[in-house]
Design a protein around this ligand. Structure first.
Ligand code: EPZ
Length: 421
């Protein structure tokens, strides 16, 4: 297993280009299952999770070809509506194939994803919604067995604005008979991007990005290629990670190729803490600032504070003046980074779903272990600011969601070495 050797403290300087968003790329690639023709994409990020979803889609008969950073995905002839446990267990988002398979073939067999490091993560809302659209669903030997003659449009009210359930149901509704309305839908920018992709193929969707999404079902033969390569939005979570890296290092970093409007709550919080940020149309320029001050955040569905930036914020809060409080409301077990950060000298006290962080003057290097994707990012941020060389183990967690992060940080002046394991 690869590990990273990070020597700190370092001052980051320069420009970093943000990759396309993992959490938009995954559902959009799955949505190609709806399209009986080749679809072309620009700049699909080289991430472990993207490689996994492509493997799952190829196991169903999707044909892919790569030419530079152009990817062609062709779902003209799918011959298998089964998503095997061996692949699904490595990545929960695989459950998103349920909607398109049911809608196109009236049958789907998808392994139940099971839990993960950050929480139990059930899929009951996905299944409730599919049943509302007329699917018969059984759980058999760890698999979701779903079938229907033809999905029928319906009004579905989500008990919680689940990102995955909203995406799965949007895709199912594309080939359903009649109109579907998803109430209390998730509003994340990645949902918007999935809708933009489907609309570019001729689907009629209203209200994506709001809590009420309307999908007008259609016949598969009316789907049409847009004739243009589709480019997925920039990754707001990767951008937030680099913005915080710039702030923590006291450097001068321009983070570009994403939409800062997708990070409004995060940027407002950082500015309130004292960060000096210049915000442009597609960039944020981090400039030198006084030492930041502590604050309180509570994670929430979009447009609230994103849970995927919680760990990185805790890394920052470990080095600011005064105390901070972080409350995690989305996942029940998303503080796995805390004991590892403590090894580098951060002072965090956990109480239920909240963490009290006492800012310290400096961190010290230590060997630490990654436990999940965003926790890994927090450990890198701490290591870049700790005195000495830290050894970060199990970085495969990081490679799931950050494209070439060690190269990008090295280009900004960080001292990072990847040791192949
Ligand atoms: C997406 O996960 C993201 N993943 C997650 O990012 C992100 O943390 C999460 O949304 C919230 O923003 C992808 O897009 C691939 P949810 P998802 O369904 O769709 C509960 C990262 O770091 N729930 O909105 O799984 C669930 O247990 C990852 O990139 C049910 O109870 O999130 C959780 O507590 C981590 N029943 C909450 O809702 C359901 O049927 C939010 O889950 C579905 C969800």
């Amino acid at each position: 297993m690869d590990k990273l050797l990070v020597t700190g403290p370092c001052r980051l300087n320069g420009t970093v280009h943000i990759s396309s968003a993992k959490n938009a790329t995954l559902p959009i690639l799955v949505a190609t299952l709806l399209c009986p023709y080749p679809v072309k994409f620009d700049s699909i990020p080289e991430l472990m999770d993207v490689a996994t979803i492509i493997k799952i889609l190829e196991s169903m008969g999707l044909k892919t070809s790569k030419n530079g950073n152009e990817l062609v995905a062709d779902a003209s002839h799918l011959d298998n509506q089964h998503a095997d446990y061996s692949l699904v267990k490595t990545m929960r988002a695989s459950v998103l194939v349920l909607g398109p398979l049911l809608a196109r073939y009236g049958v789907a067999s998808v392994s139940l994803p099971g839990g993960c490091a950050i929480g139990a993560r059930p899929v009951d809302i996905h299944l409730m919604g599919m049943e509302k659209l007329g699917a018969e669903i059984e759980i058999e030997n760890g698999y979701i067995k779903a079938k229907c003659t033809k999905l029928k449009g319906a009004v579905i009210t989500l008990p919680f604005p689940s990102v995955g359930a909203t995406e799965n149901l949007m895709m199912a509704a594309v080939l359903a008979e009649g109109t579907t309305v998803i109430e209390n839908a998730a509003m994340e920018p990645e949902i918007d991007d999935l809708a933009d992709f489907l609309i570019s193929q001729g689907v009629k969707i209203e209200g994506a990005g709001t809590s009420r999404v309307i999908i007008h079902g259609m016949d598969i033969k009316d789907l049409k290629p847009s004739g243009k390569n589709y480019r997925v939005i920039g990754d707001r979570i990767e951008a937030a990670t680099f913005i915080i890296a710039g702030i923590m290092s006291g450097g001068d970093v321009k983070v570009t190729d994403f939409n800062p409007k997708h990070l409004t709550y995060v940027l407002e919080t950082l500015t309130k803490m004292g960060a000096n940020l210049e915000i442009g149309d597609n960039y944020v320029h981090v400039k030198k600032s006084e030492r930041l001050k502590g604050t309180m955040i509570e994670t929430a569905p979009y447009p609230g504070f994103p849970t995927d930036v919680q760990a990185q914020m805790m890394a920052l809060m470990s080095t600011v003046e005064g105390n901070s409080i972080v409350t995690e409301t989305i996942f029940e077990n998303r503080f796995m980074h805390v004991p590892e950060m403590a090894r580098m000298g951060s002072k965090v006290t956990l109480k239920g779903h909240s963490a009290l962080i006492e800012g310290v003057d400096s961190l010290s290097a230590a060997p630490v272990m990654c436990t999940d994707l965003r926790a890994s990012a927090a450990l890198i941020l701490c290591a870049l600011n700790a005195h000495g060389q830290s050894e970060i183990q199990r970085v495969y967690h990081l490679d799931r969601g950050y494209e070439k992060i060690d190269e990008k940080l090295t280009n900004l002046g960080a001292k990072i070495e990847r040791v192949k394991g």
